[in-house]
Design a protein around this ligand. Structure first.
Ligand SMILES: NC(=O)c1ccc[n+]([C@@H]2O[C@H](COP(=O)([O-])OP(=O)(O)OC[C@H]3O[C@@H](n4cnc5c(N)ncnc54)[C@H](OP(=O)(O)O)[C@@H]3O)[C@@H](O)[C@H]2O)c1
Length: 159
């Protein structure tokens, strides 16, 4: 199984504000959909609550991670212990970790690669992407628009 992360970050490392995204970038959402469609997506409980209407994203197995929930909301699978991701999702070739910061902090080091939408602006926010630069190197810029570029990072090959 390949674990991949996907995240959008501003130039001052912001990824969230008041439980939501600080920006509206439809082109980035399209790319998120294109990359994740058909694969399980794993998210923290707060990110689940930030989805439109609190509903799961279609055509993907939606997995929520929580220590407090005892029952998953409709359309979601629940994992209480992040370390069980690999066994719970065994059989899937690719699994996407989609945030937020708490989940990235624990799971980014476990990922083989990740897609970073780098937004060319500073935003105010309350949620930041933990440091990853020591563990990953940028492999390619997948696409670029006026407002952002999508970078693919891979795990450092050095030991
Ligand atoms: N820009 C982006 O790409 C992006 C992506 C995703 C999210 N976001 C933004 O990020 C913000 C949310 O991020 P966040 O860091 O506050 O919250 P989060 O990571 O989405 O969720 C945190 C919750 O996940 C559960 N959790 C965390 N670690 C766990 C573990 N080891 N085992 C079991 N459960 C665990 C806990 O739920 P319980 O409290 O229920 O136990 C915790 O409260 C929002 O503003 C959202 O819009 C941005």
């Amino acid at each position: 199984m390949q674990l991949k992360a996907i995240v959008a970050m501003s130039s001052n490392r912001v990824i969230g504000r008041d439980g939501d995204l600080p920006w509206h970038l439809p082109e980035d959402l399209k790319s998120f959909k294109r990359l994740t469609l058909g694969h399980p997506i794993v998210m923290g409980r707060k990110t689940m609550e930030s989805l439109p209407g609190g509903r799961p994203l279609p055509k993907r197995r939606n997995v929520v991670v929580s220590r407090t929930l005892t029952e998953a909301p409709e359309g979601f699978d629940l994992i209480n212990d992040l370390s069980e991701i690999r066994s719970e999702l065994a059989g899937h070739e690719t699994v996407f970790i989609i945030g937020g910061a708490e989940i990235f902090k624990e799971m980014l080091p476990e990922c083989d690669e990740f897609y970073l939408t780098y937004v060319f602006a500073e935003y105010e926010g309350d949620t930041f992407l933990p440091p990853f630069e020591d563990d990953f190197e940028m492999e390619e810029i997948v696409s670029e628009t006026e407002n952002f570029e999508i970078r693919r990072y891979v795990k450092n090959r050095r030991d």
